[in-house]
Design a protein around this ligand. Structure first.
Ligand code: ADP
Ligand code: TRP
Length: 343
């Protein structure tokens, strides 16, 4: 039997996952577990580049962990952990940083986006972001990285760095490939791409009352109750087609016919179909989210599996760059030598 290739991705815990994250990132990544050795982690140190609220960070970490588990991540099969629990990543990040031009970083997405958002002096973590992400990837001998289009440039940095390292120090690191999702973009309540920065998201596990309220707020055309309506140009139908496909056919027919079927009816039908679809997962989410100690345990068990892979990579990397670390003498010897000096 051949060893399966490794698929790895990081999830930044800066918001509670929404329907776009589910279709665009969570579901496709989970499907890869059938084909690949999967290593998925919560990129908590990456979150610190923008988040300075310890309570919120803790909450998002548990939200993300419980969400992925509720959506079907099997921690026996997928190595699932907190980035911060495998600190070798910082050692590798430093070594990689020494191979990369600062100018490259200043042309990177993370830095340029911060400038575009009006930041005068983005913090060094934002600038350094792509290097830490490259270290995340290269530390685990990753073959493929499932990410959205927005992360393509970061993947290029990781590939570039693996290439540079191997060129200077001999073949040591696996050069990863991006696996850019094919899933269509999920629209938000205003009809544009669902995104936390736009305030148009529908949280994946919103309680039914909130879910209904958000669905009722979806922007629609101004056609009257009896006017024929074009499903293809409606956000409600697009969402229904992507998230509750069985209900989409009948809804399209009723919208086209018009007669007695307004946007309010379409939204109610979508709410019911989506609520039925998400209900069982939401129940699992609530049970998981309610037990933070158990989530800590699951993530720590994942870190215990991830660390030996990271340590093996670091042993190769240190040897390649010429950093030898003879073992430190035991504490006892140190104390003896010191006190022995005085006779
Ligand atoms: P946001 O835009 O809300 O900040 P993130 O950038 O944190 O979302 O998204 C993480 C991943 O989730 C993205 O790389 C992408 O794969 C997926 N994703 C986010 N929003 C959408 C969307 N509206 N449609 C499809 N996929 C999405
Ligand atoms: N930058 C990614 C995002 O914002 C999160 C991330 C951190 C990541 N490290 C990674 C993704 C390693 C893939 C591989 O979505």
């Amino acid at each position: 039997m051949t060893t399966p290739k490794t698929s790895l991705t990081g999830i930044k815990p800066t918001a509670t996952p929404h329907l776009g994250n589910y279709l665009g990132a969570i579901r496709p990544a989970l499907r890869l577990a059938e084909q690949y050795r999967t290593i998925y982690f919560i990129a908590d140190y990456h979150a610190l580049t923008t988040l300075r609220d310890p309570q919120a960070l803790q909450g998002y970490i548990y939200d993300v962990a419980a969400t992925w588990l509720a959506c079907g991540l099997d921690p026996e099969r997928t190595i699932f952990f907190r980035q911060s629990q495998v600190i070798e990543v910082f050692e590798l990040a430093w070594i990689l940083a020494c191979l990369f031009g600062t100018g490259h970083l200043l042309r990177g997405h993370s830095y340029k986006d911060a400038i575009a958002k009006g930041q005068k002096d983005p913090n060094a973590g934002i600038t350094f972001y792509p290097i830490l992400m490259a270290a995340d990837i290269l530390l685990y001998d990753t073959h493929v990285v499932p990410v959205g289009k927005d992360q393509k440039q970061h993947l290029e940095v990781a590939r570039d760095l693996a290439g540079r390292f191997n060129h200077h120090f001999g073949p040591t690191l696996v050069v990863p490939e991006p696996l850019i999702g094919e899933a269509p973009l999920v629209p938000g309540t205003d009809g544009t791409k669902m995104s936390k920065s736009k305030g148009n998201t529908i949280p994946l596990f919103a309680p039914p009352k909130q879910l209904r309220k958000l669905i009722m707020s979806i922007k629609t055309g101004s056609e009257g109750l009896d006017d024929p309506k074009d499903p293809d140009r409606s956000t409600v139908w697009q969402l229904c087609r992507q998230l509750a496909p069985e209900a989409a056919g009948p809804m399209a027919e009723k919208l086209r016919r018009g007669v007695g079927y307004g946007w309010g009816h379409a939204k109610q039908d979508f709410f019911e179909a989506l609520d039925a679809e998400l209900g069982p997962m939401r129940e699992r989410f609530e049970a998981l989210r309610g037990d933070e100690a158990q989530l800590d345990e699951t993530l720590a068990a994942g870190a215990a599996k991830a660390r030996p892979i990271a340590q093996a990579t670091m042993a190769r990397v240190r040897e390649a760059v010429g950093i030898r670390r003879p073992p430190c003498p035991p504490k006892e010897t140190l104390r003896l030598k010191k006190s022995g000096g005085g006779g």
